[in-house]
Design a protein around this ligand. Structure first.
Ligand code: FMN
Length: 393
């Protein structure tokens, strides 16, 4: 029976445990490049024991970013920054992973820490703003929620083909940089998610209408990437599998779509939500582990390894979903932001016999053999806190 600290092998890549740093947009790039900020931040998570480390959604074209401060991989001069990030993650024992994406009708935004809309969420900038642009989408329908009201451009068939070439070019650059795991971002209301959702995709050509047509964009992008991405490296995707709206993406359709993607070379499904509309029925965002049952359903129905994120940051829960073989990998977003050493902390919390197996061998030797301060190294135990209180009296 596997647990949170069991290795996991997919194709030619072995992860040292089941803990993944989930992709998170950082709004800290100039010209879409990665620099010391990303080397330090992502290297720290690899040093903290995360087995697979994602940076953020990397835009395949400049207008595929969320904001002009977001990162990308649309140009060869961006490879160097990615290569530095890959090198530090590997040096710290992790596997470097890239998420390729295009924000579609959810681009042209202001970074949320620089201002939000009246509802307190993401603020879109008009196309004539110096940091704004006209967004693209399957149909000329703005997202609508959260002030995303500016006109969007419906992609032509030729423009879709050009985007698929951009996916392939980005994958080739990712390989050159040293990534060993590639995830397509087809979730969260971005371009892939919106092609699947009948709310966003109202095309009448071969990319709209039936489920087979609505998943064509994804299959063609997978084919384009698989043609340049080596067989021994995993090709995965994060799917917006449910819009939580009767008019949007329906979960059982998403399960069928993932089955089609498997036939096009998909190695693992990272199951998430659609976010193609703000009008969601009973959004479960405060519930613990709320995507687990959907991910397990994909695992059983499609026969692929699965992963998911969302409220899995309590170590006992993260361990349990692996032990019960509900999912194969645990993605952590906010917990990874808050605690770069989450895996080591979790190992302590779960009474792992050797939590320091997760750190570099040189540090591990000292931490195991030079323990003058007792077991309190890193995170004090309650007993020691009370002793300290007593000593101070
Ligand atoms: C600051 C921030 C940025 C995010 N950016 C991305 C992203 O670029 N790509 C993506 O697929 N998900 C993104 N997410 C979602 C996370 O990867 C994750 O799925 C989500 O936060 C739920 O996991 P959690 O409950 O562990 O935080 C982001 C989340 C946060 C908090």
């Amino acid at each position: 029976m596997p647990d949170l600290f069991s290795p996991f092998t997919l194709k030619g890549v072995t992860l040292r445990n089941r803990i993944v740093m989930s992709p998170m947009t950082m709004y800290n790039s100039v010209d879409g490049k990665l620099d010391d900020y990303h080397v330090s931040y992502l290297g720290a998570r690899a040093a903290g024991g995360f087995a697979l480390v994602f940076g953020e959604q990397m835009a395949i074209t400049p207008d595929g970013r969320t904001t002009t401060s977001c990162a990308g991989i649309w140009s060869d001069d961006q490879i160097e920054g990615h290569a530095r990030v890959c090198a530090i993650i590997e040096r710290m024992g992790g596997v470097p992973a890239i998420q390729l994406g295009h924000t579609g009708r959810k681009g042209s935004e202001l970074p949320p820490h620089k201002g939000t809309n009246a509802e307190g969420t993401w603020k879109q900038l008009p196309p004539d703003h110096p940091d704004g642009w006209t967004c693209v989408a399957p149909s000329a329908i703005p997202y609508g929620g959260g002030g995303h009201v500016y006109p969007v451009h419906a992609l032509t068939v030729e423009e879709i083909a050009a985007l698929h070439r951009s996916y392939a070019d980005a994958a080739r650059r990712a390989l050159d940089a040293g990534y060993k795991w590639l995830e397509m971002h087809y979730a969260h209301g971005y371009l892939g998610a919106s092609f699947l959702s009948p709310i966003a995709n109202q095309r009448t050509d071969q990319y709209g209408g039936s489920l087979e047509n609505r998943v064509r964009f994804h299959l063609e992008a997978l084919d384009a990437v698989r043609a340049v991405w080596p067989e021994e490296y995993p090709l995965t995707m994060r799917l917006g599998a449910d819009d939580l709206n009767p008019k949007g993406t329906q979960f059982e359709d998403a399960v069928t779509a993932i089955g089609m993607m498997k036939a096009h070379g998909l190695d693992l499904a990272d199951v998430s939500l659609g976010f193609n509309t703000d009008e969601m029925v009973d959004p479960p965002f405060n519930e613990v582990a709320f995507m687990i049952s959907r991910a397990k359903r994909v695992r059983d129905a499609v026969g692929l390894p699965v992963a998911t994120s969302w409220n899995l940051g309590v170590p006992q829960n993260a361990d349990r979903v692996i032990r019960e073989e509900l999912i194969d990998l645990v993605f952590l977003g906010r917990p990874a932001l808050a605690n770069p050493h989450w895996p080591i902390w979790a190992a302590r919390e779960l009474a792992h016999p050797d939590p320091f197996h997760l750190v570099q061998p040189d540090w591990a030797w000292w931490l195991r053999n030079f323990r003058g301060h007792g077991p309190s190294i890193g995170w004090p135990e309650a007993r020691e806190v009370s002793e300290l209180t007593w000593a101070a009296q």
